[in-house]
Design a protein around this ligand. Structure first.
Ligand SMILES: [Zn+2]
Ligand SMILES: [Zn+2]
Length: 252
């Protein structure tokens, strides 16, 4: 008998709602959710590991490249010209953050999108409170994201930052604009610093109307800044009024 034809007694939850929960509970028994940071069963990122995240203070970070302690003189970008209105990176690229990103991008742990989005949205809101006067010159009216290449999309089956951006946009109550396409096939991680700078330039094409928009551009990791700068340049060239960047992590 097909499941949908089972009559639900009055007041009883419909089988279509109960069955997925039972399936989920049984799966958890077989293979419990483990923390990406310490492998303890329970949450995808446990409280202990959340406490280990090396947050970057938005009151003293470099707003050109997201590096910590760069508010006055940034040893990373040394005040180089940037197309970004501001750039925030939530945390240092130190455990457990790299593990969280790897679980999501390389090991197909799609629930990590929710964890990453929650961290990004919470950091953005905390930064407004802690360092609002530094960010006041750009109040984004839409969220967009750095897309993956077509090759990476085929390999993973999803665009990891699109999923994160959708949740962040919902949380911040801003529209999501799927504005960029990426050319080329190379994974930035396979390049050295100079290679990344050269490869990122001209790699992004704007595929939707962004004229007059003030955009919050999301990415997972900032290494040299080449990627977000190239993406922002493309958006500004097509009429975006401002581009501010929010990334989960900064390598330096
Ligand atoms: Zn943990
Ligand atoms: Zn900097």
């Amino acid at each position: 008998m097909p499941r949908s034809s089972l009559p639900a007694p009055d007041g009883a939850p419909a089988p279509s709602r109960v069955l997925p929960r039972i399936a989920h509970a049984l799966l958890e028994l077989l293979s419990p959710t483990r923390c990406v940071g310490c492998e303890r069963p329970g949450a995808l990122l446990c409280e202990n590991c959340l406490d280990r995240v090396a947050w970057i203070d938005p009151a003293s970070s470099c707003l050109a490249c997201g590096a910590p302690f760069g508010a006055i003189v940034c040893t990373e970008c040394r005040g180089a010209a940037t197309p970004l209105t501001w750039c925030l990176a939530a945390a240092a690229f130190e455990d457990p953050v790299p593990r969280l990103i790897r679980a999501y991008k390389d090991h197909g742990e799609q629930r990590a999108a929710y964890v990453i989005a929650e961290l990004l949205a919470a950091y953005y809101q905390a930064a407004q409170e802690r360092a609002g006067e530094r960010l006041v010159h750009c109040a984004p009216d839409a969220v967009t994201f750095v897309p993956v290449t077509a090759q990476a999309y085929r390999r993973r089956g999803f665009d990891h930052m699109e999923q994160v951006a959708r949740i962040v946009a919902e949380t911040l109550q801003l529209p999501l604009v799927d504005a960029l396409a990426k050319h080329g096939s190379a994974d930035q991680r396979s390049f050295g610093r100079q290679g990344r700078l050269e490869q990122a330039r001209g790699a992004y094409e704007v595929v939707t109307e962004v004229n007059g928009r003030s955009l919050l551009l999301l990415d997972d990791v900032i290494t040299t800044g080449a990627t977000v700068n190239a993406a922002a340049e493309a958006l500004l060239a097509r009429g975006a009024s401002q581009v501010a960047v929010l990334a989960l992590a900064r390598v330096w």
